[in-house]
Design a protein around this ligand. Structure first.
Ligand SMILES: [Zn+2]
Length: 108
């Protein structure tokens, strides 16, 4: 898949992509379940002629799928400086992050 959920470009979304592998795997699994269940709800709503609810559930499924996909990718740094979350691969030396500007608390 060559796309990324635009929400994951937000600082909070990048923080999600910076989580430790075991946490990203757990959330990815939940997101894939959410995608499947939301798709079922979308089909149910469509059959009951509830168009807006069908659209809502399809959007939920899409968001969950994009999030799961992003979480399946290698981790990013995710450190926030001046409101911008670094999207370099985790473990980079992050030349542009600026050590003093990193403000992601340890263990958060
Ligand atoms: Zn960085």
């Amino acid at each position: 898949m060559g796309y990324i959920n635009p929400l994951l470009d937000l600082p909070a979304g990048r923080r999600l992509r910076a989580l430790p592998p075991e946490q990203r795997r757990a959330i990815e699994q939940v997101m894939r379940e959410l995608r499947d269940q939301a798709n079922v709800e979308a089909e149910n709503a469509w059959r009951r002629r509830k168009g807006p609810m069908a659209a809502y559930w399809r959007a939920v499924a899409t968001y969950a799928r994009h999030t799961a996909h992003a979480l399946s990718q290698p981790a990013i740094c995710g450190r926030v400086s001046n409101g911008y979350a670094c999207d370099l691969p985790a473990g980079s030396n992050c030349p542009d992050c600026g050590l003093a500007l990193h403000d992601v608390p340890e263990g958060s």
